[in-house]
Design a protein around this ligand. Structure first.
Ligand SMILES: Cn1cnc2c(O)nc(N)nc21
Length: 281
Protein backbone atom coordinates (compact mmCIF):
# COMPACT_ATOMS: atom_id res chain seq x y z
CA UNK A 1 0.00 0.00 0.00
CA UNK A 2 1.40 3.42 -0.82
CA UNK A 3 2.23 5.67 2.13
CA UNK A 4 1.64 9.06 0.52
CA UNK A 5 -0.03 10.62 -2.52
CA UNK A 6 1.65 13.17 -4.79
CA UNK A 7 -1.24 15.58 -5.27
CA UNK A 8 0.10 17.79 -8.02
CA UNK A 9 3.25 18.54 -6.07
CA UNK A 10 1.68 18.62 -2.61
CA UNK A 11 2.20 15.39 -0.67
CA UNK A 12 -0.67 13.87 1.27
CA UNK A 13 0.78 11.48 3.82
CA UNK A 14 -1.29 8.35 4.41
CA UNK A 15 0.73 7.18 7.41
CA UNK A 16 -2.30 8.08 9.50
CA UNK A 17 -5.98 8.42 8.65
CA UNK A 18 -6.72 11.77 6.98
CA UNK A 19 -9.87 13.85 6.78
CA UNK A 20 -11.12 15.22 3.45
CA UNK A 21 -13.06 18.40 4.19
CA UNK A 22 -16.18 18.94 2.08
CA UNK A 23 -16.52 22.23 0.22
CA UNK A 24 -19.69 22.22 -1.85
CA UNK A 25 -19.91 25.12 -4.26
CA UNK A 26 -23.38 24.16 -5.40
CA UNK A 27 -26.77 25.71 -4.59
CA UNK A 28 -28.43 22.32 -4.04
CA UNK A 29 -26.03 20.04 -2.17
CA UNK A 30 -27.89 18.04 0.43
CA UNK A 31 -25.96 19.25 3.43
CA UNK A 32 -24.79 22.80 2.95
CA UNK A 33 -26.09 23.79 -0.48
CA UNK A 34 -25.56 27.44 -1.23
CA UNK A 35 -23.54 28.47 1.82
CA UNK A 36 -20.21 28.53 -0.01
CA UNK A 37 -21.00 29.82 -3.47
CA UNK A 38 -18.34 32.22 -4.61
CA UNK A 39 -14.71 32.45 -3.70
CA UNK A 40 -14.71 34.62 -0.52
CA UNK A 41 -16.98 32.30 1.44
CA UNK A 42 -15.22 29.26 0.03
CA UNK A 43 -11.81 30.62 1.04
CA UNK A 44 -12.99 31.26 4.58
CA UNK A 45 -14.48 27.80 4.94
CA UNK A 46 -11.49 26.03 3.39
CA UNK A 47 -9.10 27.86 5.70
CA UNK A 48 -11.25 26.96 8.68
CA UNK A 49 -11.15 23.31 7.64
CA UNK A 50 -7.37 23.48 7.29
CA UNK A 51 -7.10 24.96 10.77
CA UNK A 52 -9.36 22.17 12.02
CA UNK A 53 -6.92 19.56 10.71
CA UNK A 54 -8.22 18.57 7.27
CA UNK A 55 -5.60 16.88 5.09
CA UNK A 56 -7.32 17.71 1.81
CA UNK A 57 -10.27 19.83 0.66
CA UNK A 58 -12.85 18.36 -1.73
CA UNK A 59 -14.42 20.93 -4.06
CA UNK A 60 -17.65 19.94 -5.81
CA UNK A 61 -19.70 21.97 -8.27
CA UNK A 62 -22.42 19.43 -8.98
CA UNK A 63 -24.52 17.86 -6.25
CA UNK A 64 -24.62 14.07 -6.45
CA UNK A 65 -27.22 13.63 -3.73
CA UNK A 66 -30.03 11.19 -4.47
CA UNK A 67 -32.44 12.68 -7.02
CA UNK A 68 -30.02 15.25 -8.35
CA UNK A 69 -29.98 15.63 -12.12
CA UNK A 70 -26.62 17.25 -12.77
CA UNK A 71 -25.43 20.50 -14.29
CA UNK A 72 -23.81 21.50 -17.58
CA UNK A 73 -20.06 21.43 -18.12
CA UNK A 74 -19.94 25.19 -18.28
CA UNK A 75 -21.99 25.62 -15.11
CA UNK A 76 -19.72 23.25 -13.23
CA UNK A 77 -16.61 24.97 -14.56
CA UNK A 78 -17.97 28.38 -13.59
CA UNK A 79 -18.56 27.15 -10.03
CA UNK A 80 -15.40 25.14 -9.43
CA UNK A 81 -12.50 26.71 -11.32
CA UNK A 82 -12.63 30.15 -9.66
CA UNK A 83 -12.67 28.49 -6.25
CA UNK A 84 -9.67 26.28 -7.04
CA UNK A 85 -7.76 29.30 -8.38
CA UNK A 86 -8.65 31.31 -5.27
CA UNK A 87 -7.74 28.51 -2.84
CA UNK A 88 -4.55 27.12 -4.33
CA UNK A 89 -2.41 29.96 -2.94
CA UNK A 90 -4.44 30.60 0.20
CA UNK A 91 -4.77 27.09 1.59
CA UNK A 92 -1.69 24.96 2.08
CA UNK A 93 -3.49 21.70 1.40
CA UNK A 94 -4.09 19.54 -1.66
CA UNK A 95 -7.40 20.34 -3.33
CA UNK A 96 -9.48 17.51 -4.78
CA UNK A 97 -12.04 18.16 -7.46
CA UNK A 98 -15.27 16.20 -7.11
CA UNK A 99 -16.28 15.72 -10.74
CA UNK A 100 -17.10 13.09 -13.36
CA UNK A 101 -16.66 15.37 -16.37
CA UNK A 102 -13.38 15.11 -18.30
CA UNK A 103 -13.48 18.80 -19.21
CA UNK A 104 -13.71 19.73 -15.53
CA UNK A 105 -10.92 17.29 -14.63
CA UNK A 106 -8.57 18.90 -17.13
CA UNK A 107 -9.46 22.48 -16.22
CA UNK A 108 -9.30 21.78 -12.50
CA UNK A 109 -5.86 20.19 -12.80
CA UNK A 110 -4.64 23.15 -14.82
CA UNK A 111 -6.07 25.48 -12.16
CA UNK A 112 -4.21 23.72 -9.35
CA UNK A 113 -6.31 20.75 -8.19
CA UNK A 114 -4.26 17.92 -6.71
CA UNK A 115 -6.64 14.93 -6.83
CA UNK A 116 -9.61 13.80 -8.89
CA UNK A 117 -12.56 12.48 -6.92
CA UNK A 118 -14.85 10.78 -9.45
CA UNK A 119 -18.07 9.26 -8.10
CA UNK A 120 -18.47 7.61 -11.54
CA UNK A 121 -15.07 5.85 -11.37
CA UNK A 122 -13.95 7.23 -14.76
CA UNK A 123 -16.87 5.69 -16.68
CA UNK A 124 -17.80 8.87 -18.53
CA UNK A 125 -16.45 8.97 -22.11
CA UNK A 126 -13.11 10.79 -22.15
CA UNK A 127 -12.64 10.74 -18.39
CA UNK A 128 -10.07 7.92 -18.35
CA UNK A 129 -7.87 9.85 -20.77
CA UNK A 130 -8.45 13.13 -18.96
CA UNK A 131 -7.54 11.64 -15.59
CA UNK A 132 -4.44 10.00 -17.06
CA UNK A 133 -3.31 13.23 -18.71
CA UNK A 134 -3.65 15.25 -15.51
CA UNK A 135 -1.13 12.92 -13.79
CA UNK A 136 -3.16 13.37 -10.59
CA UNK A 137 -4.29 10.71 -8.12
CA UNK A 138 -7.82 9.49 -8.80
CA UNK A 139 -10.44 8.13 -6.40
CA UNK A 140 -12.62 5.48 -8.08
CA UNK A 141 -15.98 5.25 -6.33
CA UNK A 142 -18.74 2.66 -6.68
CA UNK A 143 -22.23 3.84 -7.60
CA UNK A 144 -25.14 1.67 -8.72
CA UNK A 145 -27.15 3.60 -11.32
CA UNK A 146 -27.08 7.41 -11.38
CA UNK A 147 -27.82 10.03 -8.70
CA UNK A 148 -31.21 10.64 -10.31
CA UNK A 149 -32.39 7.05 -9.77
CA UNK A 150 -29.83 5.19 -7.64
CA UNK A 151 -32.01 5.09 -4.54
CA UNK A 152 -35.21 3.99 -6.29
CA UNK A 153 -34.65 0.28 -5.69
CA UNK A 154 -31.00 -0.72 -5.24
CA UNK A 155 -30.65 -4.51 -5.28
CA UNK A 156 -27.60 -6.76 -4.80
CA UNK A 157 -27.01 -10.48 -4.40
CA UNK A 158 -24.00 -9.70 -2.18
CA UNK A 159 -23.21 -6.01 -2.02
CA UNK A 160 -19.66 -6.38 -0.66
CA UNK A 161 -18.65 -8.91 -3.32
CA UNK A 162 -20.27 -6.88 -6.09
CA UNK A 163 -18.79 -3.53 -5.00
CA UNK A 164 -15.35 -5.10 -4.62
CA UNK A 165 -15.63 -6.67 -8.09
CA UNK A 166 -16.68 -3.33 -9.60
CA UNK A 167 -13.74 -1.52 -8.01
CA UNK A 168 -11.35 -4.27 -9.10
CA UNK A 169 -12.58 -3.88 -12.68
CA UNK A 170 -12.25 -0.09 -12.63
CA UNK A 171 -8.76 -0.39 -11.15
CA UNK A 172 -7.81 -2.69 -14.01
CA UNK A 173 -9.31 -0.41 -16.66
CA UNK A 174 -7.59 2.65 -15.18
CA UNK A 175 -4.18 0.94 -15.05
CA UNK A 176 -4.58 -0.36 -18.61
CA UNK A 177 -5.35 3.25 -19.65
CA UNK A 178 -1.99 4.31 -18.24
CA UNK A 179 -2.84 5.50 -14.73
CA UNK A 180 -0.22 3.95 -12.42
CA UNK A 181 -1.36 2.06 -9.34
CA UNK A 182 0.40 4.61 -7.14
CA UNK A 183 -2.20 7.18 -8.24
CA UNK A 184 -5.34 5.14 -7.53
CA UNK A 185 -7.71 5.09 -4.56
CA UNK A 186 -11.01 3.21 -4.11
CA UNK A 187 -14.29 4.08 -2.40
CA UNK A 188 -17.37 1.86 -1.81
CA UNK A 189 -19.68 4.84 -2.33
CA UNK A 190 -21.85 4.87 0.81
CA UNK A 191 -25.34 6.01 -0.08
CA UNK A 192 -24.81 5.76 -3.84
CA UNK A 193 -27.34 3.10 -4.83
CA UNK A 194 -27.39 1.32 -1.48
CA UNK A 195 -30.07 0.66 1.13
CA UNK A 196 -29.13 0.94 4.79
CA UNK A 197 -28.34 -2.78 5.16
CA UNK A 198 -26.06 -2.52 2.11
CA UNK A 199 -24.24 0.46 3.64
CA UNK A 200 -23.94 -1.39 6.96
CA UNK A 201 -22.51 -4.50 5.29
CA UNK A 202 -19.98 -2.39 3.38
CA UNK A 203 -18.91 -0.67 6.59
CA UNK A 204 -18.77 -3.89 8.61
CA UNK A 205 -16.76 -5.61 5.85
CA UNK A 206 -14.68 -2.62 4.72
CA UNK A 207 -11.47 -4.67 5.10
CA UNK A 208 -12.67 -6.74 2.11
CA UNK A 209 -12.41 -3.55 0.03
CA UNK A 210 -9.07 -2.79 1.67
CA UNK A 211 -7.76 -6.17 0.53
CA UNK A 212 -7.65 -4.74 -3.01
CA UNK A 213 -4.42 -3.08 -1.80
CA UNK A 214 -5.32 0.53 -2.53
CA UNK A 215 -6.05 3.42 -0.16
CA UNK A 216 -9.74 3.40 0.79
CA UNK A 217 -11.71 6.63 0.91
CA UNK A 218 -15.10 6.67 2.65
CA UNK A 219 -17.85 9.25 3.00
CA UNK A 220 -20.68 8.81 5.50
CA UNK A 221 -20.90 12.35 6.85
CA UNK A 222 -24.46 13.51 7.50
CA UNK A 223 -25.82 10.91 5.05
CA UNK A 224 -29.33 9.46 5.08
CA UNK A 225 -27.98 6.18 6.48
CA UNK A 226 -27.14 8.03 9.72
CA UNK A 227 -30.44 9.88 9.58
CA UNK A 228 -32.68 6.87 8.99
CA UNK A 229 -30.97 4.43 11.37
CA UNK A 230 -30.84 6.96 14.19
CA UNK A 231 -33.97 8.92 13.35
CA UNK A 232 -32.01 12.15 13.07
CA UNK A 233 -32.79 15.12 10.83
CA UNK A 234 -29.88 16.68 8.94
CA UNK A 235 -28.83 19.19 11.66
CA UNK A 236 -28.71 16.40 14.25
CA UNK A 237 -26.41 13.92 12.51
CA UNK A 238 -23.06 14.96 14.01
CA UNK A 239 -22.79 12.17 16.59
CA UNK A 240 -23.80 9.50 14.09
CA UNK A 241 -21.42 10.92 11.49
CA UNK A 242 -18.54 10.87 13.96
CA UNK A 243 -19.34 7.32 15.01
CA UNK A 244 -19.40 6.25 11.36
CA UNK A 245 -16.12 8.03 10.64
CA UNK A 246 -14.45 6.42 13.63
CA UNK A 247 -15.67 2.98 12.53
CA UNK A 248 -14.58 3.50 8.92
CA UNK A 249 -11.16 4.59 10.14
CA UNK A 250 -10.88 1.61 12.47
CA UNK A 251 -11.89 -0.60 9.53
CA UNK A 252 -8.98 0.72 7.48
CA UNK A 253 -10.19 3.82 5.65
CA UNK A 254 -7.15 5.95 4.73
CA UNK A 255 -9.20 9.06 4.04
CA UNK A 256 -12.55 9.96 5.58
CA UNK A 257 -14.66 12.58 3.78
CA UNK A 258 -16.46 14.84 6.27
CA UNK A 259 -18.31 18.13 6.74
CA UNK A 260 -17.48 18.48 10.44
CA UNK A 261 -13.71 18.42 10.19
CA UNK A 262 -12.53 19.16 13.73
CA UNK A 263 -14.76 16.52 15.28
CA UNK A 264 -13.85 13.96 12.63
CA UNK A 265 -10.13 14.62 13.04
CA UNK A 266 -10.46 13.89 16.76
CA UNK A 267 -12.32 10.65 16.03
CA UNK A 268 -9.81 9.29 13.53
CA UNK A 269 -6.85 10.43 15.63
CA UNK A 270 -8.21 8.51 18.62
CA UNK A 271 -8.65 5.42 16.42
CA UNK A 272 -5.07 5.77 15.22
CA UNK A 273 -3.76 6.04 18.76
CA UNK A 274 -5.60 2.91 19.83
CA UNK A 275 -4.41 1.06 16.72
CA UNK A 276 -0.80 2.15 17.29
CA UNK A 277 -0.81 1.33 21.01
CA UNK A 278 -3.29 -1.49 20.96
CA UNK A 279 -0.90 -3.94 19.44
CA UNK A 280 -3.55 -6.42 18.36
CA UNK A 281 -3.07 -5.90 14.60
C1 LIG B 1 -18.78 13.78 -3.60
N1 LIG B 1 -19.09 12.71 -2.65
C2 LIG B 1 -20.20 12.59 -1.88
N2 LIG B 1 -20.15 11.47 -1.13
C3 LIG B 1 -18.96 10.86 -1.44
C4 LIG B 1 -18.34 9.67 -1.01
O1 LIG B 1 -18.91 8.87 -0.11
N3 LIG B 1 -17.14 9.35 -1.56
C5 LIG B 1 -16.54 10.14 -2.47
N4 LIG B 1 -15.32 9.75 -2.98
N5 LIG B 1 -17.09 11.30 -2.92
C6 LIG B 1 -18.28 11.64 -2.41
Amino acid sequence: MISSLDCGGRLLSLHRPRVMGVLNVTPDSFSDGGRFIGAPAAIEHARAMQAAGAGIIDIGGESTRPGSTGVSVQEELDRVIPVIEALKDRVDLPLSVDTSKPEVMRAAAAAGAGLINDVMALRRPGSLEAARDTALPVCLMHMQGTPASMQDDPVYDDVVTEVRAFLEQRLDVAQRAGIPASRLLVDPGFGFGKRDPHNAQLLAQLPVIGELGFPVLTGLSRKSLVGRVLGRALPDRLAGSIAAAALASWQGAAIVRAHDVAETVDAVNLMEYVRAQGGND
